[in-house]
Ligand binder design. Structure first.
Ligand SMILES: [Zn+2]
Length: 584
């Protein structure tokens, strides 16, 4: 081959490469979304290292649902970029939604669920499309219309009607969609900047404001919803969005919507993770009855104490009183907690970070607010937070007691608790949700959303309320599993109950006497703990038969002394059962 021919070939090749590059660039969508960090870790990191977002108006009542929001881009005959969805893939996704019995929600339904707690079917999904592609109109819309399934389209206004690269829908088509009502039109900025959050506040405002106004002018309606291009947003972007009147906005963190940090930062699953999104949801539905328990408390009865056998298990129970959680600056015995607070009775509290008996670290696992000293304490370990998903969060105030599955995105900050229960005074993350609505949970239902080793046999401690709104707690006299404890506690009459720290921490004190210790011998005191629940009020009946008791011990000034130790109370990896879906 001659040099001239080689040069010509080289030139032509370069030209083709250049044209292809321009073509890809002009296709309108920008760069594919960057690989994301584990969403829960990223979210948790934000909360751990910076101040919480300015608002968190996802309602805790929404925690009774798990909605997967799916993000699609173009729907095309043949894939050109990785985030394209082929018509066949889209059809398959829709078939799966129908076959698995999912309900497709509109954005309004999602918004009312997240902010007001409107109930949604257990299996619910939201379909969203970004970037206003003509492929949506031509290929996806007929399939959605046939099923009468709602969806959302997020429009970047500078590209409406563009015929460069992948063509975009026109204003006439968008008007048609809006009029028809099946598709909710939302904003997606003007020029689709991929690094929105890094732009000046002025530029961010202009992108968010102009796109909203332009769509509102064309469609003659309010546009309350938007999606950040490439998910790029931070507290500033959210504050601007809120200020401009956006009510809900979407990012690209793959989490159920209820696990989002706030309503202006709602997570979505990229369409390639469609199977995972549906699987996550079905796993949670199978493994644990997702629920929010919200029980009115009644006037406290006198604090009574009893020992007895419930479903063949010996328990020592406390009932009545006003329950108050107390966090020590170090470690104390339950006897200390009771006497310092002039309480009638007390029980050890929840799980803590350093189980070693000589430790003075008082950090609890998960966020908490103890009535004394009264501060909200977020869990500052972002890695641990990711492992606490769906463990039972307990909170109560003077008039209500509530339990719900923990969502690290929203619930590691106080605001969501305050908006749900403005007068709440106590909150902590428990080890397992033992009894719900009077029904004991099975090992299978508890296992994936609980602390490690809940099925090991040891002295077990629970805390909760009865159906008529009285506090009730107790401990087993012998070593049992959490499943056995759940059955016994339900048989004893508790309506909602969670697992407290157990084993060597187990300790029940009533009227100056120890009734249960973490050891087999009653005169061998339990290890001191950082957290306890004490019961205030009048002293009621004591009905403990021949149960042996000893005077409550107070912590020696010289320190706890290491009688024994156990490496039991570490938080654990959140395990899911993975089953193959028949359709994949
Ligand atoms: Zn986009």
């Amino acid at each position: 081959m001659s040099t001239a021919r080689q040069n010509l070939l080289y030139g032509v090749t370069l030209l083709i490469l250049l044209l292809v590059s321009i073509g890809v660039y002009l296709m309108g969508h920008n760069t594919p979304p960057a690989a994301h960090q584990d969403p829960t870790i990223a979210g948790a990191g934000n909360e751990a290292t910076s101040q919480p977002p300015a608002f968190a108006d996802i309602n805790l009542k929404a925690d009774s649902g798990r909605v997967a929001v799916i993000m699609f881009h173009n729907v095309v005959k043949e894939r050109k970029v990785w985030f394209d969805c082929t018509i066949d893939e889209f059809k398959k996704d829709l078939d799966e939604i129908a076959a698995d019995g999912f309900t497709v929600l509109s954005l309004d339904q999602l918004y009312n669920h997240l902010t007001k707690g409107d109930p949604v079917p257990p299996k619910s999904v939201v379909l969203t499309f970004d970037d206003n592609y003509q492929g949506f109109y031509d290929n996806a819309l007929p399939l959605l219309r046939a099923r009468k399934w709602p969806a959302a389209m997020f429009v970047h206004t500078a590209y409406v009607g563009s015929k460069t690269g992948y063509p975009k829908m026109t204003w006439d088509e968008l008007k048609e969609l809006h009029k028809e009502g099946l598709i909710t039109i939302g904003a997606h900025t003007v020029t689709h900047p991929m690094n929105l959050k890094d732009l000046s506040l002025e530029t961010q405002r202009k992108e968010l404001e102009d796109s909203k106004k332009t769509i509102e002018e064309h469609l003659e309606c309010e546009i309350p919803y938007m999606a950040y291009p490439d998910g790029s947003n931070d507290e500033n972007t959210q504050a601007i969005a809120k200020d401009l009147g956006y009510k809900m906005s979407f990012t690209m963190e793959p989490t159920p919507a209820e696990g989002s940090p706030n309503i202006l930062c709602v997570g979505r699953y990229e369409a390639k993770k469609f199977d995972k999104a549906l699987q996550d949801q079905m796993d949670e539905l199978d493994d644990v009855p997702i629920a929010v328990a919200d029980i009115p408390l009644s006037k406290p009865a006198p604090v009574s104490c009893e020992a007895g056998e419930y479903d063949k298990t010996k328990l020592v129970l406390l009932r009545g009183g006003a329950a108050m959680s107390v966090l020590s600056s170090g470690r104390e015995t339950v006897g200390d907690f009771v006497s310092e607070n002039n309480a009638v009775a007390g029980i050890n509290g929840t799980f803590f970070v350093m189980a070693a008996i000589a430790s003075t670290d008082n950090r609890l696992i998960g966020p908490s607010r103890s009535e004394k000293p009264g501060d909200f304490m977020p869990d500052s370990d972002p890695f641990r937070l990711t492992k606490l998903v769906d463990r039972p969060m307990v909170l109560w105030g003077p008039t209500r007691f509530a339990v719900m599955p923990f969502q690290p995105g929203a619930m590691n900050q106080e605001q969501i608790f305050k908006s749900f229960m403005p007068d709440y005074t106590n909150a902590f993350l428990a080890g397992a949700w033992l009894v719900h609505d009077g029904v004991p949970r099975t090992e299978d239902e508890m296992r994936n959303y609980s602390s490690q080793d809940i099925q090991d046999t040891r002295k077990r401690v629970f805390f909760g309320v009865t159906k008529d709104g009285q506090f009730m707690c107790g401990a087993s006299e012998g070593s049992i599993t959490s499943e056995t404890l759940a059955k016994a506690a339900a048989a004893a009459g508790v309506s909602e109950a969670v697992l407290l720290d157990s084993g060597f921490s187990a300790s029940v004190v009533f009227d100056g006497q120890i009734l249960v210790t973490g050891h087999s011998a009653i005169d061998n005191p339990s290890r001191p703990v950082p957290h306890a629940i004490v019961f205030l009020g009048d002293k009621g009946e004591k009905n403990i038969g021949d149960l042996k008791t000893v005077p409550a011990v107070l912590t020696p000034k010289s320190g706890a002394g290491g009688v024994d130790d156990e490496e039991q109370d570490r938080p654990v990896r959140h395990r899911r059962r993975h089953r193959r879906r028949s359709s994949t």
